[in-house]
Design a protein. Structure first.
Length: 121
């Protein structure tokens, strides 16, 4: 009995598996950043208004870097989106302007009496 050696016979199965894997990976969809190109106020309106009525006060005086890190870890789809949203939240975090004093109202400082001069005996 003579055995006939056929070159490449043992490679058919691995090649078929490789071709199948290569074909599957070629059709995998690439991820898209759906927030790309949106203005920060649009980002807030689309993603934050479910829980927050207004952006005012959400920055809570945090530094831009720590706020953007927090947003990137928990809410934003990218670091660029997080930075833009952090800048927006800080821009609207300013306290509301104080109401102008009424013309007839006295300020608390003017209502105080000056200290009595020291008397020497």
């Amino acid at each position: 009995m003579t055995s006939h050696f056929r070159p490449g016979r043992g490679l058919i199965a691995p090649l078929m598996i490789f071709a199948a894997v290569a074909g599957l990976t070629g059709t995998v969809a690439t991820a898209q950043n759906l927030d790309a190109g949106k203005s920060p106020d649009r980002l807030f309106a689309d993603g934050c208004t479910t829980c927050h009525r207004s952006p005012r006060g959400l920055a809570k005086g945090r530094m831009s870097l720590t706020l953007s890190w927090f947003l990137a870890d928990h809410y934003a789809t990218s670091s660029d989106t997080a930075k833009a949203l952090a800048a927006y939240l800080q821009s609207v975090d300013e306290p509301p302007p104080r109401a102008a004093a009424k013309p007839g109202a006295k300020s608390s400082k003017s209502a105080q009496r000056p200290p009595k001069p020291a008397q020497s005996h």
